[in-house]
Write a protein that binds this ligand. Structure first.
Ligand code: FES
Length: 113
């Protein structure tokens, strides 16, 4: 059984079918999408939750952050670290096509739990 991962890139909508338990960053990269910029595509921590360059907005299906770095960033409205998100059910995410290295905060999106 798979779940649908909708990927929004600017005005385009893409749908992927992924196995529950798949890492979000890995699913994006394997499908040819990137959560990174041109620079951070080569200079990142490889999914260890250290560099904060893999951030995406989660539009629906957001799960509580588990990793300390993702938890702190989320509390202040920063994009979620895709390398620290495990897909468990249908989810819609938005690629930040306007970020330079990290995405800026959006106070309305801060995690409140
Ligand atoms: S790849 Fe470095 S924090 Fe996600």
């Amino acid at each position: 059984m798979t779940v649908t991962l909708r990927v929004l890139v600017d005005e385009q909508v893409h749908e992927l079918q992924v196995e529950p338990g798949t890492n979000l960053r890995r699913a994006l990269l394997e499908a040819g999408f990137t959560p990174y910029t041109d620079i951070t595509r080569r200079a990142n921590c490889g999914g260890r939750g250290l560099c904060a360059t893999c951030g995406v907005w989660i539009e629906t299906g957001e799960l509580a952050p588990q990793h300390w770095h993702d938890r702190i960033g989320s509390a202040f409205g920063y994009p979620r670290l895709s390398c620290q998100v495990t897909i468990s059910s249908a989810m819609t995410i938005r690629i930040l096509s306007d970020k330079r290295i990290w995405g800026g905060p959006d106070w309305a999106r801060r995690w409140r739990n």
